[in-house]
Structures are given as C-alpha cells and as structure tokens.
Design a protein around this ligand. Structure first.
Ligand code: HSE
Length: 397
C-alpha cells in the first residue's frame, strides 16, 4: 500500500481524493500496489466522506514515514511554500497545481527536491488536465523552443465565450465560472491576467531554461475589454482571446506578457471556447505543436496531479531533467515585439491615417476601428499618442 497526503480540501484537493478512489483499480494496476490517501490537511474540519482523514497539524504528515507523496493544493504562497519546503526536506515527493508558488519559487524548490533526491512535479499548474509540461520537457526535449502562446485561463475564456454567444453580462458569466469551480479564490487573478501570467512564466522557465519573474511580466486581463471590440473583430474575421505569450528573440533575449489579442479565425486557437485551454509550442525541429483540453475544474486538474503522484513513485528515484536557472538576464520588454495592432479611436479615418499611414479600416461610425501595419508596441504607443484611443490590442499573425 502506497500512502499519500493532500494539503487542502478545496476544488483540486477534493478532486485528487475522488480520482484516487474512483480510479483505484487502474492506478493499482499501473503502480503494482494500491494507492491510498492517508491524511488530509485542513484548516477547519468539515463533515463528509474524508472526515476521518483530516488533521490540522502539518507535523503529523511531515513526520509520518509511511507518507511518500504530498499533494499541495492549498494555493497561494505563504503556507504552501512552507509546507512544500518541509515536505521536501523530510524526503517526500511533492506534487502541486499551485502556479503562483511554482512561478515564484519553482527554481528554488526544484533545487531543494534535487538535493533531497525526490521529485517536485507540477503538471497541473498549467492547463489543468492538459498534458503540456511533460511533453514540453520530454517529447520536445531535442528542440530549441522559439515561442509559446496560449489560452491559459479557463475562467476568462469561459466568460468571453458566454458574453459573445449569449450576450451574458460579465458579472453573471464570472459567477457561473466560480460556481463551476474554475475561478481562483480571488477571481481578480483570473480576470486581470495574473493567473495566465504565472502560467506563461512556468512555460517559459521550462522552455528557455531561465527564470522569468512574474513581477517583470506585463499582464493585462479582460476587465477593460469592451464587447464592442469583440464584435467588430468578429465581423472582420477575428476572435478575441486572452493570450499568454513567451518569445525567444533573435540574439538570445526572451520576453513574455499576457494580453487580449485578435486571432484570425482560421487559427485553431480562435475556436477554443468555454473552459478549454490551448497551448501552441513552436520548436525549431517540430514546428508548431498544439495542446488542447480542459484548463480548469476539479477532475481535469486532479487527473494531472494524480498522474504526477504516480510518476514520482514510478521514476526511480526522481525525474531530473526539469529545472531552470534563476538568472533574469536577457529579459526584454515585450514592447519591442512587432505585430499588427488593432485600434478603436474616437476620431476619423483621417486621424488614423495621419498617425499610422496605411491602415485597414474595420468599422467607421463616429469611432474608427482599424488595423495597422506590423510595428513594435513601442511605436504603436508613440504614434497613437495624439489620438483618443478607446481600445488597442495586438493581432496574432
Ligand atoms: N482559475 C484557473 C483558470 C484555474 O480559470 O484557468 C486553473 O488553473
């Protein structure tokens, strides 16, 4: 019998306990032994099927030699960081879905895990149930990764889809996403692009082998996005999606950011709807590879956590190839990236042409929506400084 502990019993923690119980036979067949949740760390005891397993004392888990893997589903940094460190120090493998902790402290925790000869795995931290980190670090290991972009937040994609399809209000769509267990405890992290930002940092850390500090990454969410722009874009053959994007620059620099984009409707990313996420990875040997699936929710996220638990137990003694250097050297402001830009201005086509020269008009009715030629974000900001800009987004090419 292999025993594990779960820290936290929210959406993901509950999902982990369910997957371990419901898929008991498949898991046992693959591990060669039954897997059991022995202890669950909670702040407050609740009645229910897991009542007998609960403790509020982490020391019980830390000092229990029969617990080989700790699944951290607390979220946030403070307590999660402390318990993760202590579990690794105690020689236990740790598995997590906690993107904030991995984005901010992953480098250090991976290092500690290596020193202790255990694994720290976090497949569920990006893309929920989509296998993306393992393929990126293993199946694509022979590539130089040049670019990653993706719809990395299920809550905002769900909100956008509901608003466009059914004219739902932003607040109603957000409430639905919360009720379905997609949103963070504080949904500001979803709506303002912070959650997607943490995920693109993790992807970029692994892909480029160097830390990208989330604090250095510009993150813009969907709270300022107007349905008007979404509809103008749609009529012109584009979909608006919140993307996290990380790019390796010629000359060795790298950059990352999160922002809403116009995506041409023939790009598969344009048709990713509801809670689904998609991640496109461009390797210099593979070309573009796309990963698609449910990006949030109890069971998809738990599925990735339990698979990591199984991997910790199977890989003898640990998976060594993941990790990155703590250096931020070479990080460049994404304003240096070139793209066509979408603008909606209070003004005429003449105003647009005066600022940008040749533009492609998308709508004109007192306000003017148009696309520029390809230019850097810095030039887009400089050339539009005398315009009354109502909206501006990059176009994905
Ligand atoms: N709040 C996150 C999302 C959960 O909506 O994508 C999964 O990381």
């Amino acid at each position: 019998m292999i025993q594990i502990a779960i820290l936290g019993l929210g959406t993901v923690g509950t999902g982990v306990a369910k997957v371990v119980a419901e898929n008991m036979r498949q898991i046992e067949r693959k591990l060669g032994e039954p897997l059991e949740v022995k202890t669950i760390l909670v702040r407050r005891f609740k009645d229910g099927p897991y009542r007998q397993l609960m403790t509020s004392d982490f020391q019980k888990i830390e000092s229990d030699p029969s617990i080989r893997v700790v699944v951290e589903t607390i979220g946030g940094v403070e307590a999660a960081y402390e318990y993760t460190r202590r579990a690794l120090e105690a020689g236990k493998h740790v598995v997590t879905a906690n993107k904030q902790l991995v984005a901010e402290h992953g480098c250090e925790l991976l290092d500690l895990a290596k020193r202790k000869n255990v694994s720290y795995l976090f497949e569920a931290s990006v893309g929920g149930g989509i296998p993306v980190l393992h393929p990126l670090t293993q199946c694509m290991a022979a590539n130089r990764i040049d670019e990653i972009y993706g719809i990395l937040n299920g809550t905002t994609n769900y909100i956008l889809t509901r608003m466009v399809r059914t004219d739902a209000f932003f607040s109603d769509a957000l409430r639905e996403a919360q009720a379905k267990g997609y949103a963070e405890a504080d949904p500001t992290a979803d709506v303002e692009g912070i959650d997607a930002g943490r995920k693109i940092c993790i992807l970029a850390d692994l892909a480029f082998g160097q830390q990208i500090d989330p604090a250095a990454v510009p993150m813009e969410g969907i709270s300022k996005l107007s349905l008007r722009d979404v509809k103008v874009a749609q009529r012109a053959g584009y979909r608006v999606r919140l993307l996290g994007r990380a790019v390796r620059l010629p000359g060795g620099g790298r950059t990352a950011y999160v922002a809403p984009h116009l995506i041409p409707e023939d790009n598969p990313m344009a048709n990713v709807e509801d809670v689904f996420n998609a991640v496109m990875v461009r390797g210099n040997a593979t070309g573009e590879v796309m990963f698609y699936g449910r990006g949030a929710g109890e069971l998809p996220t738990a599925s990735a956590c339990v698979a990591d638990v199984m991997e910790c137990l199977q890989s003898s003694p640990r998976r060594d190839e993941i990790g990155w250097s703590p250096s931020m050297e070479g990080f460049v402001d994404p304003l240096e990236l070139k793209a066509r830009h979408y603008f909606r201005i209070e003004g005429s086509l003449t105003d647009a042409a005066t600022a940008f020269g040749q533009v492609e008009v998308l709508s004109e009715d007192g306000e003017t929506a148009f696309l520029t030629e390809s230019l850097t974000g810095r030039d887009a900001a400089r050339q539009s400084r005398f315009l009354n800009v109502l909206a501006c987004m990059r176009v994905l090419s």
